[in-house]
Ligand binder design. Sequence first.
Ligand code: NAD
Length: 500
Amino acid sequence: MTQIHHYINGAADAGHSERTAPVFNPATGEEQARVTLASAEDTRDAIAAADQAFAAWSALSPLKRARILFKFKALIERDADDLARLISSEHGKVFSDAKGELTRGLEVVEFACGIPHLQKGEHSMNVGTGVDSYSMMQPVGVCAGISPFNFPAMVPMWMFPIALACGNTFVMKPSEKDPSTPLRLAELLTEAGLPDGVFNVVNGDKEAVDVLLTDERVQAVSFVGSTPIAEYIYATASNHGKRVQALGGAKNHMVIMPDADLDQAVDALMGAAYGSAGERCMAISVAVPVGEDTARRLRDRLIQKLETLRVGPGLVDGPDNDMGPLISRAHLDKVKDYITTGVEEGAELVVDGREAQIDGAGNGYFIGGTLFDRVTPGMRIHSEEIFGPVLAIARAASFDEAVSMINDHEFGNGTAIFTRDGDAARQFCERIQVGMVGVNVPIPVPMAFHSFGGWKRSLFGPLHMHGSDGVRFYTRMKTVTQRWPSGIREESNHFTMPTH
Ligand code: NAD
């Protein structure tokens, strides 16, 4: 049985803990490895390595830091297929989807390669006569990242490439459900020339996380996961004086206006609702057709399309399946329970994924695509995040009702509108209380050079991930006001606020 350990100070590290957890292959249900769960002492060892490495790494010129990231980028490209297979074997998502997530992570590395430009700061000459001001964007120190199971490559790569580029050192705590990809990325960073201790990985659970949230050497914490844990991370780490960005759960709605190109909308909806088995924080889980006629046409086409949805293992010879298994037996049971709940709440179960015949399913954690109609606010299947391939149709009588349904929801991660009407689209973008909005684009994930983050209870903290917010999060500003005139001694004994 493969044992998965930590990566501390440039090498694999078994740590001192006896605790382990199983890592399954979700497509077969087999336990394929065990991951070591770090003790508090192991976690402190990783923090100590990062702390030790900080002085030299932060003093290196941004250009030299960027050169290492350029090499890292080339190594990811070299190993992309192997990395995608690794993602799929522990997460279950289909190979092409795993490649897609890797590409989105790689784009953040590419963005971070521009750090000499991004970290320039500001400069003003003559803020007063002979007085100049400039700002420096300095690294904050040791940063920690805690990531969810659903993007084992992309979400860590939202965090550490920018943190490292800015001159910080890093301790990553991946999801214990699919921990191998971040470890492989750590090895590639070493191969790219990253000095030992600059990037470390500790595998573990709450015991490791609590050390990262409270140890005084950690300056900043980036978290992505479910909302209750995000809230806990934000409160605890903030209380311990750290800057925090904590991204939480989602329930993303897609509004389909009567004038929308319905073929385009339905194709988009299929990928957005069922891709990656709905285990995406930007998945569309609620379709909101405006008007009864739109609802009827949408429902009919979704039923037809669902008949052709290919569900099966993520790694197959020949063409990909559209969607793989869920992450675990427990999560599969939870999704099935939600389907039961929906029926009990009075929603109409149009397609029941529990009954799907799935080729090659074996003991894997598979479920077919599920469709509910006549879902209304107040039902648990509308208010709660299911995180599975369950799409709800929630009918709205008007554009205003659709907007209110979204704005009244607890979460505000992503949303989309499909329409041909520029005015409706513009109104939607302006009024909607959601962080990421698509117009005829179903999953509006911002590119690496923009920032990713939701509103309301989908994000705790002021700064989003990557893009300019990412650079701001991983640096602190210092502003210098200087003058070099002669005669400074005569004029320096001010007893009032200087006005230059
Ligand atoms: P999770 O909250 O269970 O776990 C996330 C991380 O927190 C893991 O590393 C886990 O080990 C750790 N953790 C879990 N319980 C903890 C505790 N009690 N104390 C300290 N640490 C703890 O999330 P998950 O199931 O791995 O991922 C799915 C969730 O992530 C969904 O809610 C999804 O919406 C969300 N997500 C959000 C975004 C976003 O951008 N907003 C992106 C991806 C995933």
